[in-house]
Write a protein that binds this ligand. Structure first.
Ligand code: HEC
Length: 156
């Protein structure tokens, strides 16, 4: 009985080792899972951006700040959701992401810093400064990344 137990442990241990090898680098999730995760994140991100715009219209600076915080958090996750090879035909990611990864990561960083700036002015109740940031926000953040790195959605 004892021998069998040891044998089993060895099998489990080597299975663990194999799993460990497979999870190093980028292969812990399948490309399809990465695509699903980042599209889900982007959808939530779009909701947060809408929350900012609606909040600003209503003069609800707390709502603007909360959604800007969420966008800053989303932005931090963006680079990690695009590991090399994480492509499927459902994805609108352009190959340029992996050819110019530093630029892509910089666009995510800009998304983060602009969101933090926006949260700051909103939290301070500074309507003028907040409005000024929002005016160019879509172009400076979403567009700054979508234009070079995302296949445009079909016009409707
Ligand atoms: C750092 C780059 C980057 C930034 C910044 C960025 N996006 Fe994206 N976004 C992408 C990429 C790349 C895709 C395509 C992902 C895919 O299909 O694999 C995408 C897809 C989307 C989608 C489609 C999701 C789906 O269901 O397929 C929406 C909506 C979206 N982005 C909204 C936004 C909004 C709103 C902003 C700004 C507030 C923004 N994104 C900022 C890179 C970015």
């Amino acid at each position: 009985m004892k021998r069998a137990w040891i044998g089993l442990t060895a099998v489990v241990a080597s299975a663990g080792l194999l799993a460990a090898c497979a999870t190093t680098d980028t292969a812990s999730k399948t490309p399809a899972q990465y695509v699903e995760d980042r599209q889900k994140l982007m959808k939530a991100h779009g909701e947060n951006w809408k929350g900012v715009q609606d909040g600003a219209k209503a003069g609800n600076w707390q709502q603007v700040a909360t959604n800007a915080d969420a966008m800053a958090n989303n932005a931090k996750q963006m680079p990690g959701l695009f590991p090399p090879g994480s492509m499927t035909e459902k994805s609108k990611a352009k190959p340029e992401i992996w050819q110019r990864k530093a630029e892509f990561d910089a666009a995510a960083k800009k998304m983060e810093t602009e969101s933090v700036r926006l949260a700051g002015t909103a939290r301070g109740g500074n309507a003028q400064a907040t409005g000024d940031i929002i005016k160019d926000f879509g172009r400076n953040t979403c567009g700054n990344c979508h234009t070079p790195f995302r296949v445009p959605p079909p016009r409707s």
